[in-house]
Design a protein around this ligand. Structure first.
Ligand code: ATP
Length: 239
């Protein structure tokens, strides 16, 4: 596996009418690293990911993936530049089979042997999806739908994966399963940008994190530092 390029975000802002959700945010996802974004409800985490993807109106001073300028790339073209996105709330196509959902994730690729090999890899990563390949996605459990949403994003063979709250609504056991998958993907050279309210999952899956408050970076640090920081523990871990 070759390591993904670095994602550089400089001066990112998002306004919804008069509400400023993201204020002049700058960060990077170094090659092959996993970076977490934590913060309370409404801090601007989801807006940050959507703005990187170009899914909400934004201002950005610089947005690059390696040498590629992404600042004018529309959201639907981001997969062609190696960026995968797993939205909050999964958004699988409930009326389509598991396999059709995965095929849709490969919409920017030809349906050929390498693409079928990616599907086999996804089934190997998530055996339950293989067992249920003919089932309607809407009939899957929440955890299985989350796996499907991740698998679908992997079908484009991204080099950077943006994940919005993959642990939401899942049992502790399934959160552990998702964590194991993220650790494995990272070991395979995929870069990750992980938005989470589950700080424990984030600290275990990432090497460093931004703590976002009111659309701004309140704190940054390595995940090992932040998980022991008294303020972070009080606010985000309820300790
Ligand atoms: P959550 O964990 O609840 O998703 P978050 O940290 O991801 O929270 P955002 O969803 O990015 O935060 O929201 C940031 C701010 O922007 C909040 O004050 C929210 O109410 C506001 N906001 C988000 N989406 C919209 C929208 N479409 N229109 C208006 N305001 C919005």
């Amino acid at each position: 596996t070759t390591t993904a390029p670095e994602l550089t975000v400089e001066g990112l802002s998002v306004h919804y009418g008069g509400v400023c959700a993201v204020r002049d945010l700058s960060f990077s996802v170094p090659a092959g690293e996993a970076i977490g974004v934590i913060g309370a409800n409404g801090a601007g985490k989801t807006s940050t990911l959507k703005a990187v993807m170009g899914l909400v109106p934004r201002r950005v001073a610089a947005l690059r993936f390696g040498d590629t300028d992404l600042s004018r790339v529309p959201a639907r073209m981001m997969v062609r530049h190696g960026i995968g996105y797993v939205p909050e709330g999964r958004h699988v196509f409930a009326g389509l089979s598991v396999e059709k959902n995965l095929m849709l994730g490969a919409y920017a690729r030809k349906w050929n042997a390498p693409t079928r090999a990616t599907m086999a890899e996804v089934y190997e990563l998530f055996p339950v999806l293989g067992e249920m390949r003919g089932r309607l996605a809407g009939a899957l459990s929440g955890g299985q739908q989350q796996m499907l949403a991740i698998g679908r994003a992997l079908m484009s063979r991204p080099r950077l994966l943006l994940l919005d709250e993959p642990s939401m609504g899942l049992s502790p056991k399934l959160v552990e399963d998702i964590l194991a998958v993220l650790v494995r993907l990272r070991a395979e050279g995929l870069s990750l940008l992980l938005v989470e309210q589950n700080a424990k999952l984030t600290f275990e899956a990432t090497s460093s994190c931004l703590v976002v408050e009111n659309g701004e970076v309140a704190m940054t640090g390595t995940s090992a530092q932040l998980r022991h920081d008294p303020q972070v523990r009080r606010i985000y871990l309820g300790l």
